[in-house]
Design a protein. Sequence first.
Length: 637
Amino acid sequence: MEGQENHKPHYRTLEDERLTADEMDEQRKRNIAYEYLCHLEEAKIWIEACINEELPPTTELEEGLRNGVQLARLGHFFAPTVVPLKKIYDKELSRYSTRGLHFRHTDNINHWLRAMEEIGLPSLSVDDAALHAAIIAINEAIDQQIAPDTYTALQNPSAMLVNLQLGTPEEYQEYLYNAKDVKAENARNKSLDPDSTYEHDVYDELLTQAEIQGNINKVNTNLAVKKLNEALLSGDKTALLEMLQSPALGLRDVKPANIDFYAQSLLRIRQSKPEDDALNKEDIQNAVNEANLEADVEYQKSQTVLLVNQALAGQDPDLLMKSLQNPVVQLTPVHSQVGQLYLEELASMRSEKGEDLEFEEIDAALQGILAITKINEAIDKGDENETVEALQLPAAQLNDIQPEQAFHYQVLLAKQKDKKAEESDDEAAELWLEEIQTCVDKGNSNYLEGIKISKSVSAVNEALAAGEHEPLLTALSASDLNLHSVTGDCIEGYQASLLHAVEESSSQGETGSGWMMNRLKDNTKFFYNMHTNQHAWTRGDNVIKDYSLLTRDEIQRIVSEVTAKYDREMLFKANENLITKIQAHVRGHNARKAYRDRVDFMTRQLPAILKIQLQSYVRMWRAKKAYQERLQYFRDN
């Protein structure tokens, strides 16, 4: 008992020295204070047993009762119809703890007084003598261990005991007998302690009224818990609700409308316990609290679904975002700045369904939109690891994601995103699920194409190294390699030219690494190691080109050259006589043409030639004549 160690009562004996009047008065006051605290502690225990709540310590009890909340709860215990819980002012003490007493706290005191009057208690006190006599009679009946007699004694109105239930005398007898036995044993132990200042009191071995009421409440509570467990296991929700509302349990916040949630929560906790371990009162209260939260969440969910569908029907993005951001229902987080985007997506889903969306459908859609947002953010960052991680989000519901193709996914997605931004003239344009899946499928398809081509090219290089014609022709004719102009008649030429190309290439760099690079149909580079079957989409530090290996493009070029040369030779051999005739005809044609050209020239140019020759002859004759005349002149003179 709190405070007893410092306020032990002392009653004067013959061995005490004579005290002065002041000392005697002081001693009397201390004894009265101690007895008051003892009775206050009894009252505290009794009230706690009645209302199933813990009260403040005894030294603080008077101050704690000033707000009347506990007294009003006690009144509810006595007369729930006179003092319903909803009438109690500040029953959670939130107002009192922050601002102190309020004039309305006196209402609680009045409720308690009315409850006392309702059950017939005197307005100020009860007959203490009758109470003590009734309590002593109960203790005597307990000692006799005759359950019906004990039950009859408990029913004595003077004992002021409440909530006695029919059909439970054996349980009351057992609990009260054990409690009385323990109390008597404790008293005997104290009396045997030589260092103790123990002074015997009649109630040291008798149960007080508060202790008797407390044990009655325990029996009632245990019986109610037992019945509740039976109702739960039998699936009887009516009986279950009755037990949940039983005053013996004193459960808080039980709402009949939530009975389905209570049943589920109780059953869940019951199944989590060992098979023979039934629910206790704490388990039941926890289940009620948990079920109330679940019921509230379900209600909030239904309201959210209603508002979301209203927003979709009215094309109201503001109402939609407000509804989606309700923290209670814990929907997937949304970005308020793109409300129109959410409106369009959800409205499209609602239109396809032809009726209102359910909560799960709304949340799944939000998860999908969030996943798509994360994918686009990862694409913009350019980190292929973050991109493939986003692609693997369950909410995205993308198919056949292969982490080893992360780099290629990033390249394809970035190109598609840039293309979409250019076509839509919107730099913030984002890829949607179908576009992302298309890029993923293309990446996987490119991988398969690259593997097929690379293995076929590897087969050609291996056949060259083996030096045999038939394996080489088989490798060159492989459908996955898709070479054109391959013919078996040129196999020797193919082998010779390919080997010559290998020799030339090997002299240009390192050999033996096994790495080669082939281009796919869309001109994408695909790196492959024929020794380890590894592949890569970019030339990293570990990808070292093997110059002894020919690529598909090099093989195609050589095959085309050899086949073209062979075709020319075959064409010449097949048409040699015809070619000779053609050459003769051409030469005759050319000779005749030259003759005709000469004749034509002579025909067109001969008159001019004759004229020129005649003019030349006349000029020569004149010159010769002038010369002779001049020579003769010199001779004559």
